[in-house]
Design a protein around this ligand. Structure first.
Ligand SMILES: Cc1cc2nc3c(=O)[nH]c(=O)nc-3n(C[C@H](O)[C@H](O)[C@H](O)COP(=O)(O)OP(=O)(O)OC[C@H]3O[C@@H](n4cnc5c(N)ncnc54)[C@H](O)[C@@H]3O)c2cc1C
Length: 399
């Protein structure tokens, strides 16, 4: 079998497409194999953090993405009983990023913008309807088996980036464990064009609402708000995804509003898992294939894009003979450590804080947030952390 002088990428989600964009930008030929017949269009991640926008800007795709979204220059915490607890303005970190705001835009906008930018480029190929179902490797290349509507075929390239999502077949083929746990509750996301500003004084476009019975959060996208609720074990999937149930959940957000227009309802199971290794020889795991977490803080896709940029930078050095292969172990060790120390830790903490049942815990959370909001240096440190800049600074320290 001939070896294609290319880097193979499994999956055309946001992470695989950013890896492709970075490599093509560096003059490296890539082929992306995507199992589906087209780019995904599901409502999933909708938050882009400031350093992610900086990275996308370096690839020439941030402006087009920003044009599809809504800028959220502030984020706030509320409690159902006390209203706004604390609010934070990203202006406090304007010296650390070219984009001092969160951008709220659907992840499917990014994949389309990247594809449009790369299409026609000699080094870019995207093959739809090709599912990687097996992986073999030797010291000089990687062979993937691809299943398609026409049967199966084998192709051999130099390296493989597994960006094929949470159920990654690349990860399974490598026999890498996906360690962690699944939360008992599911998460319900309801989209509505309702104008929450008209009934919630002082509301910001990103608002986390703590409550011992039903915490939730509100995110504003250009044409709708997205409200996310935890769903208890005793409510079955059919009930939880019914219009009636969505109405009853929304009715708990603001007293007195009885009927909402509903744009979409999504129910999903949430896990906290990290692959035991992000590299096996010539194959790498990035994005959801390497780690998954709850959506509190919007760190899943963002962390995945940070993996893609970190790996593609090192891989391009190795491809051009400017760096030794040991560089690639650094990607694996660094990003895994950051995922454990930072993404997993903070997303779990965020959930525990919002759902705190105990009055003492609730008061501690409120007091801690108010102390941070009242102090310039603490606010700055806090915003560097929630915007994921601190995690990238930590990664840079690790080398
Ligand atoms: C409802 C919901 C809300 C979310 N909200 C947020 C949020 O606000 N912020 C945030 O940061 N994250 C959020 N996430 C998580 C976020 O969507 C993921 O972290 C993100 O999609 C990961 O991107 P990815 O490219 O790694 O994987 P995916 O987006 O899952 O893309 C994987 C791609 O690989 C393809 N594929 C799968 N198997 C194969 C195979 N064997 N061969 C070839 N192709 C294959 C799939 O078709 C897909 O196109 C949310 C997730 C959900 C479900």
């Amino acid at each position: 079998m001939i070896t294609e002088e290319r880097i193979f990428i499994a999956g055309a989600g946001p992470v695989g497409m950013v890896a492709a964009a970075y490599l093509v930008h560096c003059g490296i030929p890539v082929t992306v194999f995507e199992a589906s017949p087209q780019l995904g269009r599901q409502s999933r991640a909708s938050t882009f953090h400031p350093p992610t926008l900086d990275m996308l800007d370096d690839l020439g795709v941030a402006d087009a993405l920003i044009a599809t979204g809504r800028k959220a220059p502030r984020l706030q915490y509320r409690s159902k009983s006390a209203g706004v607890i604390a609010a934070f303005d990203f202006a406090a970190i304007a010296d650390a990023t070219r984009h001092p705001y969160r951008l709220q835009s659907e992840q499917f906008n990014l994949t389309r913008i990247v594809d449009a930018k790369l299409r026609g480029h000699a080094n870019y190929r995207l093959e739809f309807g090709k599912r990687i179902c097996n992986v073999r490797q030797d010291p000089t290349g990687v062979t993937v088996r691809l299943a398609s509507a026409h049967g199966t075929e084998e192709r051999r390239g130099r390296w493989l980036i597994g960006a094929d999502g949470a159920r990654s077949e690349v990860r399974k083929a490598l026999d890498v464990e996906f360690e962690g746990f699944t939360w008992p509750e599911r998460f319900l996301v309801v989209g509505t064009p309702f104008d929450f500003y008209s009934v919630m004084p002082g509301l910001d476009a990103v608002s986390y609402v703590a409550d011992p019975v039903q915490w939730h959060f509100l995110l504003q996208l250009p044409t709708m708000w997205r409200v996310m609720f935890p769903i208890a074990l005793d409510i079955d999937d059919a009930t939880a995804t019914s219009d009636e149930f969505a109405q009853s959940a929304l009715a708990t957000v603001v007293p007195g509003v009885a009927k909402y227009d509903i744009a979409h309802i999504t129910l999903y199971r949430v896990h906290q898992r990290v692959a035991k290794s992000f590299r096996v020889g010539r194959v790498f795991l990035v994005g959801d294939a390497a780690h998954i977490n709850n959506p509190l803080g919007g760190m899943g896709m963002n962390g995945g894009i940070h993996d893609a940029v970190n790996l593609a930078r090192r891989l391009s050095g190795v491809w051009r003979g400017e760096a030794v292969e040991h560089e690639l172990d650094r990607f694996a060790q660094q990003r895994r450590l950051i995922t454990l120390e930072y993404v997993q830790k903070h997303t779990i903490e965020n959930k525990r804080n919002l759902e705190a049942h105990d009055r003492g815990e609730q008061a501690r959370f409120r007091d801690a947030l108010q102390k941070i909001a009242g102090d310039t240096q603490l606010t700055r440190d806090y915003l560097l952390r929630v915007s994921m800049i601190a995690s990238l600074q930590r990664a840079a320290e690790l080398g």
